[in-house]
Design a protein around this ligand. Sequence first.
Ligand SMILES: [Zn+2]
Length: 499
Amino acid sequence: MSKRFFLCGIMQESNSFNPTPATDADFAYTRREGEAVLRGEVGGAAQGMVDTLLSRGYDVTAGVVMKAKSGGPVAHEVVDEFLKRNLALLRGNTWDGVVVSLHGAMLTDVSEDACGDILTAIREAVGETAVVTASCDLHANVTERMLCAADHICGYQTYPHLDFYEVGCRAATLAARAVEGESLVTVRAAVPMMAPAHAYTTNTPALKAVMDRGHALVSGGDIADFSVFQVQPWLNVAKLASTVLVTAATEEQAAAVASELVNAAFALREVLQGEPLMTIEEVIQTARANTTGKPVVLVDSADSPNAGATGDTATVIEALLPYRDELYAAASVDDVPAVEKAFALGVGGKGDFTLGATVAPKLSTPVTVPDCTVVSLHSGEFRMQGPASRGEWRDMGKTAVLAAGKLRIVVNSHSCYQGDVQFYRGFGVEPMLQDLIAVKACTSLRAGYEPISAAICNAATPGAAGVVLKALPFDRLPKPFYPFEEITESDITPPRRHR
Ligand SMILES: [Zn+2]
């Protein structure tokens, strides 16, 4: 008889410093269940899982698969309902394997380890003999509790993330191999460190060398899988670590490789912090001196909705105001009252606008922009250019474009991913015609903006995804935790299995 698998998934990256909880409505757009999942409507890791399991001829049942954009911790009733639906399907049946698509850094308003809660509940429902595997983001906080429940966990191996689909294939393949009787053991090693997400990519030479080493060991057959997690830095929780997971035939083989990789990650702790950031004013002066004919990009990653920030800081707009008659510049802000005012004025309407600090008033201050003209009004939808999410639609609610001299301000109702060139282009603001373009995104903007810009400048700005980690109000982290305290090799948690 063909082996029976169950598949489900919930993904959201939580930011402890964003006060707006993620609710049911944030997941509704992507929620799929049962046949719709198997028909290929989910994309990403869950799709990789579906395709892998079906291609092997297994009997696959799909529960709920859903995701939400990054944001504040998820309302716990969303996770309760997700579990209720899936556990109802899981209980009373016998399963050979369960695969779960997770982010790994999801909090709820009552739990600092929502992914641990989910995997534990699934394990309790299916018993000890079923194989349970999960996929996670590279920025996951992989807790010991998650690995007490799951046999194997795989994380993205790229940042910017390009392997959404592939990580699902890896997690499902490990489940299939284990179900078919192959001996596989996953070990976890941990180091108490974080790095600001703007400061590195997996193309950073030192980190690339670590990833290349892991890939070589997989292709050589020494190990079955590896993941090097750099925990996302806006989790203010008591159990936090960057982790290395290695899966191999025996615990000894896995542990030998995990030791090597976790020591390499520890050694990179300073490099991954990156260079000090430019001030906003320094970026503006770079744009003023630029003669290439291409725009200078000001990266406002601290307020990146993709990193769970609120998108409502107007600090860059304030800094651009003295240059409103000199520089062609574009910036954006989330501000519902300002959108309503613009719609009330109508296209061509004029007025003073107070912008910013409407969602997270503790993190920035509002800015008054005098003598604005409403240039255009929109429903807020735009289509992404990619490459990672090419063709996908985003919706940021009612949106207005304001002009203040040569400055264009895109004012939207709720934040969405802004690192795509179409974020501005879709509202009639052409990035290539600006001297300076401010983008509330992080590393992911490079794919779209590098080819068309003179320079990409990371600026020190306020926000829930602030890159100056010591400026954020962390009060829950374990101690010592780098970069807040220095750490030594003795602070590394050596590799061990948890099941
Ligand atoms: Zn990530």
